[in-house]
Design a binder for this molecule. Structure first.
Ligand SMILES: NC(=O)c1ccc[n+]([C@@H]2O[C@H](COP(=O)([O-])OP(=O)(O)OC[C@H]3O[C@@H](n4cnc5c(N)ncnc54)[C@H](O)[C@@H]3O)[C@@H](O)[C@H]2O)c1
Length: 345
């Protein structure tokens, strides 16, 4: 391993560009050695901006770059399996964006490739590294709110993604709620035993035409009897709405939205403040930096990753269970649901 970790980035879109910039500017001891995309323009523009020596047009070309220690899989979700399996087979460490895949069988093939290799895979659940949520987790772990009873997550986007993205990404449960499903598991520190969903299309009829919903409330029961609720919307008029509450026998803890300034304006007509930071690239910027530093450290020190493949798989299982509950109108028992895929946790 060279002094500086040599990293390849697959996918020069929204998240691939952000990760490349952060690796080059805010993750000491890392160098982006190559960037790859099926479309040359975004990859070339990114390489030019950050002085990256190689631009590749295929996964194979990227994985053949000399001395590569790790790749970041930031391409569309339906390309993750091939990238993860090919990198693992070559002993190259992988950071894979969420969701690992839409299909659980596909994730099982990734698991087998990673387990047979001498390398690691970290899943891109960046919100675990957000200092606000991380503080809620330490409050639970440290007994600061006594015995945990309930968790409430509110997670609303400022606007829906393009309809083509809705179709290709797996929809609200698998693409958007997946972050919240991972977050409740992370906060509670236990597995889910039952899930029940009520969902509608209230924001844009085109989303219903694409076979998806845009508004959902999910209730989860955990094996330790904690109860959690997740509320999602594809559009909050005031912007990106990301809040949480944990409540227990000894008290509660709340995290608020993050704002671009702390000014509160008071006049005789009322008291107001500006809307929260617009979207995830702003709101969660620190979490991405901490997440990438954690990945670099795991690769360098050959340690287990902070978010592993089983975390990635379980979030997808929960997303499918939430979708099944929406489709049937019935609660889904997780042990039976997992068993139908030949899984247990
Ligand atoms: N953790 C997060 O907060 C977060 C945020 C956004 C997206 N994501 C995830 O990251 C992934 C990418 O999302 P995005 O919003 O950046 O999408 P995007 O469409 O902006 O970018 C994807 C890029 O991948 C390229 N690509 C597609 N197939 C490829 C292939 N076979 N080889 C090389 N390049 C290929 C596309 O040309 C495009 O440039 C998705 O899995 C998404 O769920 C995670």
């Amino acid at each position: 391993m060279a002094n500086s970790l040599q990293i390849g980035v697959l996918g020069a879109g929204r998240i691939g560009s952000l990760h490349t910039e952060l690796l080059m500017t805010r993750v000491p001891g890392c160098t982006v050695a190559a960037v790859a995309d099926v479309f040359p323009e975004p990859a070339e523009a990114l390489a030019a901006k950050f002085g990256i020596p190689r631009v590749c047009s295929t996964l194979d070309e990227l994985l053949s770059v000399d001395g590569l220690d790790a790749i970041l899989v930031c391409s569309s979700t339906d390309t993750h399996e091939e990238a993860v399996c090919s990198a693992a087979r070559r002993g190259i460490a992988v950071f894979c964006e969420k969701p690992l895949a839409v299909d659980i069988a596909s994730i099982e093939r990734m698991r087998s490739a990673v387990e047979q290799s001498d390398t690691i895979l970290q899943v891109g659940f960046n919100r675990r590294f957000d200092p606000n949520y991380a503080r809620l987790r330490t409050a639970i772990e440290g007994g600061e709110i006594g015995e945990l009873h309930t968790v409430r997550l509110t997670s609303r986007d400022p606007e829906p993604p393009p309809i083509e993205y809705v179709r290709r990404s797996g929809g609200l449960f698998i693409d958007m709620m997946i972050h919240d499903l991972d977050m409740v598991r992370f906060l509670v520190g236990a597995e889910v035993s039952e899930i029940y969903t009520v969902a509608e299309c209230r924001v844009d009829p085109a989303i219903a035409e694409a076979g998806d919903v845009d508004t959902a409330v999910v209730t989860l029961r955990f094996v330790d009897r904690t109860i959690a609720t997740i509320e999602n919307s594809r559009r909050a008029a005031f912007g990106y709405d990301q809040r949480a509450e944990i409540f227990g026998s000894g008290g509660n803890a709340l995290t608020d939205n993050v704002y671009g300034n702390t000014a509160v304006l008071a006049s005789e007509s009322g008291i107001r403040r500006d809307v929260p930071l617009r979207f995830f690239l702003d709101r969660y910027i620190d979490s991405y930096v901490i997440e990438l530093n954690a990945f670099a450290s795991a690769v360098r020190n050959r340690e287990a990753p902070a978010v592993d493949l089983i975390d990635g798989r379980e979030s997808v299982v929960l997303a499918h269970a939430a979708k099944r509950s929406h489709e049937t109108g019935l609660p889904v028992k997780l042990p039976e649901f997992r068993a139908a895929f030949g899984l247990s946790v």
